[in-house]
Design a protein around this ligand. Structure first.
Ligand code: AMP
Length: 473
């Protein structure tokens, strides 16, 4: 067991970590902390849930503490970029815990919150700024902040930032941070464009890679209901929610409008629900997540803004109410359940219109998802440990057979594959029960489709551009 003391962290920080219950380092922390401490640029192939925030945050904090210079007003010393407001807040919450006993200041800037307030927060110098790229550029353009004193740049969930179309923003921002900085890039997957970005902006980077403990995806039971239309989706959802009164259910909708409509419908039929999507203010999004995290509401309807990174340990069910347009999103969505050693069920609905999307998902994952009968699959609760599985006795539906592994095709992933916030790394998929995929193919799926030209996918249906997807979510 490697302790944080062994990794060279100071007593102040080690003591803080002890109060937080961090006794030993996770694998990514063990590998990354010494490299960041010695000043290397770093590429980390790791996902949320592996302890990566501490892996980059702790050594960065130590280095900021070792240099006692204070940042000038409207200047920052370290910049962390993340794709969504929720991730920015999650990272900042973690860092604030770590710097509790130090003079360091952590500030967040995200879209959807008051830009004037953020400008005011930045008027004093900031040690660590955690930001979404778009809002940061707005603030830079207003001269509310300059990045010329920043010595550390972290790009977190880099693949999702590219998926969301932030590439130009990232390039602009990278050019604003001085060249003598230390750059750390974390990504769940390694598509070609990430490699190119790393080649442009990192200097002799060291690479570290971890698989999340227990390979979360292996633990998610997956089912699909083939339904003739939307009405049946609502009926089955209602039945499953009724059968799982103690569950915590995350329901994914493809559009903001759809999410809002479904949330209202659920509320109307007696399920306390909230929604989270791009049309909600930051405050609304935070309140909804907190209520869900605390179990005050048991159903959260979301677009893909909540598909990655969000760490809510008690989620028992993930519903793909609408199948995602991009198959990787399915893997990210289902990675919201079966976290930290718990059980989890993923239930997808598929109308005839969506059959091509299901095919894309099954091809990507190299599995055939168990077809559920009209009845709801097994019941699990979100109680302590979330493990109290109650198989529905005598139901005899195929769903409960899936767990026993009777369908050989059900093995969800190849070796090293990951669902916890990310699809498997391209190079690792080759071990699965499907042929290896060339990086270029994956690139097309993730990014080529984002050229706004609506290139057809394998089923001949036009894909939506990144911009359109971002707008919908
Ligand atoms: P992350 O991958 O950074 O989002 O971390 C996932 C969760 O693990 C967070 O709730 C962290 O507070 C927690 N965590 C990170 N490192 C450790 C550790 N060494 N010991 C215990 N908990 C940890």
């Amino acid at each position: 067991m490697t302790t944080f003391h062994d990794l060279g962290l100071s007593k102040t920080i080690v003591d803080t970590l002890t109060t937080l219950g961090f006794e030993k380092a996770t694998p990514i922390q063990e590998k990354a902390i010494p490299l960041v401490m010695e000043g290397s640029d770093l590429i980390g192939l790791a996902q949320t849930g592996t302890g990566k925030t501490a892996a980059f945050g702790l050594p960065m904090i130590e280095k900021l503490l070792a240099d006692t210079r204070r940042p000038d007003p409207r200047n920052i010393r370290a910049l962390i970029l993340a794709p969504t407001r929720e991730l920015v807040n999650q990272i900042a919450d973690n860092l604030r815990d770590f710097v509790k006993k130090t003079p360091l200041r952590v500030v967040t800037v995200v879209g959807g919150a008051s830009i004037n307030k953020q400008s005011e927060m930045l008027s004093r110098g900031t040690d660590i700024l955690v930001a979404t790229p778009g809002r940061l550029l707005d603030l830079v353009n207003r001269k509310a902040v300059t990045l010329t004193q920043a010595r550390y740049l972290v790009l977190d969930e880099a693949d999702q930032m590219l998926d969301l179309g932030f590439i130009h923003d990232l390039r602009k921002i990278s050019k604003m941070v001085p060249k003598n900085r230390q750059t750390l890039l974390f990504s769940a997957t390694m598509p070609k464009l990430i490699g190119e970005l790393a080649g442009e902006y990192l200097v002799n980077p060291k690479k570290v890679e971890v698989t999340p403990p227990g390979k979360a995806a292996d633990k998610v039971e997956q089912y699909v209901h083939h339904v003739p239309g939307k009405d049946q989706k609502a009926q089955i959802l209602r039945k499953t929610l009724t059968d799982n009164p103690d569950g915590l259910s995350l329901v994914f909708s493809r559009t903001k409008h759809g999410a809002e409509k479904l949330m209202k419908h659920l509320d109307h039929i007696g399920f306390k629900a909230a929604s989270i999507h791009g049309n909600k203010s930051q405050g609304q999004r935070e309140r909804a997540l907190k209520a869900f995290r605390d179990g005050e509401i048991r159903v959260l309807v979301a677009t893909d803004v909540a598909a990655r990174g969000i760490d809510i340990p008690g989620v028992t069910h993930v519903y793909n109410y609408d199948l995602p347009e991009v198959p990787d999103a399915y893997v990210h969505r289902i990675g919201r359940t079966a976290r930290n050693g718990r059980d989890g069920i993923a239930i997808a609905f598929c109308t005839p219109d969506e059959a091509h999307l299901l095919r894309d998902i099954e091809k990507l994952m190299g599995i055939q998802i168990t077809v559920a009968s009209g009845e709801a699959p097994a019941v699990i609760t979100a109680g302590p440990g979330g493990k109290s599985r109650k198989p529905r006795s005598g139901s005899g539906h195929r769903a409960s057979q899936g767990r026993a592994g009777q369908r050989p095709a059900r093995k969800p992933f190849g070796e090293g594959a990951q669902a916890d916030g990310g699809a498997p790394a391209a190079g690792k998929r080759a071990h699965g029960n499907r042929p290896p995929q060339k990086q270029g193919e994956r690139q097309n799926r993730n990014h080529g489709a984002g050229n706004g030209q609506g290139r057809p996918n394998q089923s001949g249906k036009p894909r939506r551009s990144e911009g359109q997807r971002r707008e919908q979510a």
